[in-house]
Design a protein around this ligand. Structure first.
Ligand code: AMP
Length: 576
């Protein structure tokens, strides 16, 4: 295995990264560092996800090559979010700890521009910026790109997803033509290809892991549940994995808050992260999550971007994202730095088609599993608790003075009684809940009776009403806008929404049957951007293919939940 020295890094950098605990270069670093330090000046496209070590891959050569004797801007790094900018800046500062006169400034929206202007005017060779704030500073003539040697686009696909395309193009036009451009992206949609063909010269392409694929260290599970059981399923999964440390992704801000509120009420260490919170609130939540004071973070995709946590045990998709590519980003947040991770989808049967598309994209199969039963969950919790008790470090000196009194208090009880009481004390809460709640029945069980009745449609299709709405792409209608309208107009956060199909001039969406009248009535006399809204119940989609597909998916792929994950080294979640 080549070492960092063999890649060509100088001793100041080696010293800094050794102090950071880096021992061997990660694959992206082995490819990128010698390429950037070498003779050539080619551009670079690297398909690499967050967590692969890409910041050091571009950051270390930049620090090595920066001209510390000049105080002009030589390197520009663009990133989609404030959090990622701060993270990159922090990493670069750590790398440059022993390198003289290297100055990195982070600029991003939502913070004082005056402070950032002062920092740049004090002299910086490296700027790490979000596109919008950078353009602002260019227009104010505070940032001049004339001396840029290398421009890095980090998480380029995220920048495009977040609507920064025009800003990016303006920056790429403004930067000197003879610069080097490095583009890092987890996925390679066509828009990225366009950017690369318009603004990059003969780029070398490297792929860390498969193209558009997730990490091999992630196992993907799918649990099919009835729409009404989604939250109960989430709770069971959280209980089944004692000590889970993960992110639960929701589709909307309202759903995010709702799920977090319910988890908190039910005694979990959880909180919400979404765009309706102030920056200070979001920072506080992220900090608590980073230091594991929160074990479950319920988040929207946008708000969680830039949250860099490398040791998550689980990603839970409470709802699938509208853009399937986003699933790759979500699941790529676990299974990092050589650790195993689990990505879970809680889905209804109608989403089977989407699951298959994701499988194709990942080139991996989901393990279709049953929601664990109460007995399995209690078993896991109990054994985890016992393991933890066995492994606890006892500080003799701290507790020895209390022990004689403790022994005295317990002297009437036998060893067996002490064990029973001790287990019950910690464990009654689980036993009580699971004693009184019956196991969740997965949709396939109830489906059997219906299949004989109607072989052309799945039972889950029966559960939804399909609506036509006279708004479409030309009205700038997006799935999230439509979900927001349903939530706002019905004033209900708990309506399960099925498939959404946005077409040019009109669209279709599905909601749980029990809410169809409510939806129909609440959309009356509403308008969208000045246009009167008209919704009608539409004919259901024919699903002739689904029976066949269903048969295929069941053969061989359905597997029971892993029975005993307690070797996974999870800590038990603290409650209450
Ligand atoms: P990144 O993909 O840049 O977000 O990096 C993911 C994590 O891996 C960060 O916490 C880095 O500090 C860490 N990291 C990067 N390179 C190495 C390395 N060679 N050895 C150990 N950890 C590393």
């Amino acid at each position: 295995m080549s070492s960092f020295e063999e890649l060509g890094l100088n001793s100041n950098l080696i010293k800094a990264i050794t102090e950071m605990g880096f021992e061997n270069p990660m694959p992206v670093q082995k490819e990128v560092i010698p390429f950037l330090l070498g003779e050539g000046e080619n551009d670079l496209i690297a398909l690499a996800q967050t967590g692969t070590g890409k910041t050091a891959a571009f950051g270390l050569p930049i620090i090595q090559e920066v001209d510390g004797s000049k105080s002009t801007i030589q390197y520009l790094i663009l990133a989609p979010t404030r959090e990622l900018c701060m993270q990159i800046t922090k990493d670069l500062e750590s790398f440059s700890k022993h390198s003289a006169r290297v100055k990195i400034v982070a600029v991003y929206g939502g913070a004082s521009i005056e402070t950032q202007i002062r920092a740049i005017k004090n002299g910086a060779q490296i700027i790490c910026a979000t596109p919008g704030r950078l353009l602002d500073l260019i227009k104010r003539r505070v940032v001049k790109l004339g001396g840029i040697r290398t421009l890095v686009l980090d998480e380029a696909d995220e920048m495009l997803n977040m609507g920064f395309r025009e800003d990016l193009e303006e920056i790429l036009e403004t930067a000197p033509k003879e610069r080097r451009t490095l583009l890092f992206s987890a996925t390679m949609p066509n828009e990225i290809r366009k950017i690369s063909s318009n603004y990059m010269v003969d780029p070398k392409e490297i792929t860390i892991g498969r193209k558009n694929a997730g990490s091999d260290d992630v196992e993907h599970f799918c649990y099919f549940v009835h729409a009404k059981d989604r939250y109960a399923a989430l709770k069971r999964l959280a209980d089944f994995y004692p000590g889970v440390y993960g992110i639960i992704f929701c589709r909307t801000k309202i759903e995010t808050q709702d799920v977090a509120d319910r988890l908190i009420k039910d005694g979990y260490n959880a909180d919400a992260l979404h765009g309706d919170l102030s920056q200070a609130q979001r920072d506080a939540v992220m900090n608590k999550f980073r230091i594991k004071h929160l074990r479950l973070l319920v988040a929207t995709d946008v708000a969680s971007r830039g949250l860099d946590v490398s040791n998550l045990s689980h990603i839970i998709n409470y709802n699938l994202p509208d853009e399937l590519e986003v699933y790759t980003h979500r699941s790529g947040r676990t299974g990092r730095a050589g650790k195993k991770g689990t990505s879970i989808i809680i889905a209804n049967l109608k989403e089977k088609g989407k699951i298959r598309q994701i499988e194709k994209k990942l080139n991996k199969q989901f393990i279709i599993s049953e929601i664990p039963g109460g007995k399995e969950i209690c078993e896991n919790q109990l054994f985890h608790f016992i393991d933890k008790m066995k492994n606890v470090e006892v500080e003799e000196s701290d507790i020895s003075s209390f022990l004689p009194q403790v022994y005295k208090k317990l002297e009437d009880l036998s060893k067996e009684e002490i064990i029973k009481k001790f287990v019950a004390l910690e464990f009654n809460r689980f036993l009580d809940y699971y004693k009184s709640s019956s196991d969740l029945i997965s949709p396939k069980d109830s489906r059997r009776t219906r299949e004989t009745r109607d072989s052309r449609e799945t039972s889950s299709a029966d559960a939804y009403t399909r609506f036509f709405i006279n708004l479409g792409k030309t009205d700038d209608l997006k799935p999230t806008t439509l979900i927001g309208m349903i939530n706002d107009y019905t004033r209900s956060k708990s309506i399960d929404i099925g498939e959404i199909e946005i077409l040019r001039n009109f669209s279709f969406f599905e909601v749980d049957n029990q809410f169809s009248d409510l939806v129909l009535n609440s959309f009356k006399r509403k308008n969208f951007k000045g246009r009167d809204i008209n919704i009608e119940v539409a004919e259901r989609k024919k699903r002739t293919l689904q029976k066949h597909e269903r048969g295929k998916a069941q053969s061989g792929k359905r597997r029971h939940t892993p029975r005993n994950p307690r070797n996974n080294n999870f800590d038990r979640k603290r409650r209450g």
